[in-house]
Ligand binder design. Structure first.
Ligand SMILES: CSCCC(=O)C(=O)COP(=O)(O)O
Ligand SMILES: [Mg+2]
Length: 243
């Protein structure tokens, strides 16, 4: 049965959805750890760095050694806690500015963002990466001829302004920030099944994105959720279709 409303907002995850997981795990995370010791050494007492440092629990923010060890531990466990994500965004700034970091998008992504925008859809981001990190990522992509895609994005959500991505309440928070759209007019795309389940629980449409390099999905997933490998498969969903 066709749904009565069409999709008006595409809400995108980043890692495993618009770029390979390996870029985050093997490039971004190691880059932050590489520049961390010098950053702690040179900026420890600076007011600029204080907001990142003081966001950590006091047992870690009180010494360079404790903070460095805690950051390494969190990264090794891929803990998506907001104070780590804010610090990582700060540490990535120099890499993007120097050209050492460039976000590798899956080949369909840039063209689809542009097409959706031209069709009147809004495109928004919801990632565990901080909003600052999201903006750096989309400003410095490998898309040609325009590598800065930030103008394609209407709004940005992270664990600070929306909440954890596996909580349905986070998607309710996001929808409440744009009351001009009904929950059913949002389409959330993510590689993470728990995130997709949470978005659906909140009344959004949501689809699992299974990209090269993502872990295999449990066999039950395609039986109960729509799974796509490229945004090109979404053309029907973006007209009128059952979620
Ligand atoms: C903004 S790029 C950094 C992504 C990141 O730090 C991360 O943990 C990825 O999480 P996502 O929610 O995009 O899967
Ligand atoms: Mg993801």
């Amino acid at each position: 049965m066709a749904a009565s409303t069409s999709v008006k907002v595409v809400l995108l995850d980043i890692e495993g959805t618009v770029c390979p997981i390996s870029f985050v795990k093997d490039v971004l995370f190691p880059y932050a750890l590489k520049v961390l010791p010098d950053t702690l050494e040179s900026l420890w007492g600076s007011p600029d760095f204080a907001k990142y440092r003081n966001a950590f629990p006091s047992e870690y923010s009180s010494s360079r050694g404790a903070l460095g060890a805690h950051v390494r531990d969190l990264v090794a466990k891929d803990v998506k806690v907001s104070y780590l994500k804010s610090l990582q965004g700060y540490l990535w700034e120099s890499g993007y500015a120097s050209g050492d970091l460039k976000a590798p998008l899956f080949p369909d992504v840039a063209a689809k963002l542009s097409e959706w925008r031209h069709r009147g859809l809004r495109v928004m981001i919801y990632s565990s990466g901080s909003v600052a990190a999201q903006k750096l990522f989309f400003k410095h992509t490998d898309a040609a001829p325009t590598s800065d895609l930030t103008t394609q994005i209407s709004d940005w959500f992270d664990t600070v302004n929306a909440g954890l991505k596996t909580d349905a309440s986070s998607y309710e928070t996001i929808a409440s920030k744009h009351p001009e759209f009904l929950p059913g007019e949002w389409l959330f795309l993510s590689d993470n099944v728990k995130e997709v389940d949470a978005a659906i629980e909140a009344g959004m449409r949501s689809v699992v994105v299974q990209r090269p390099g993502n872990a295999p999905l449990p066999p039950e997933v395609p039986q109960r959720l729509r799974v796509i490998e490229t945004f090109e498969s979404l053309d029907d969903d973006l007209n009128v279709r059952t979620s």
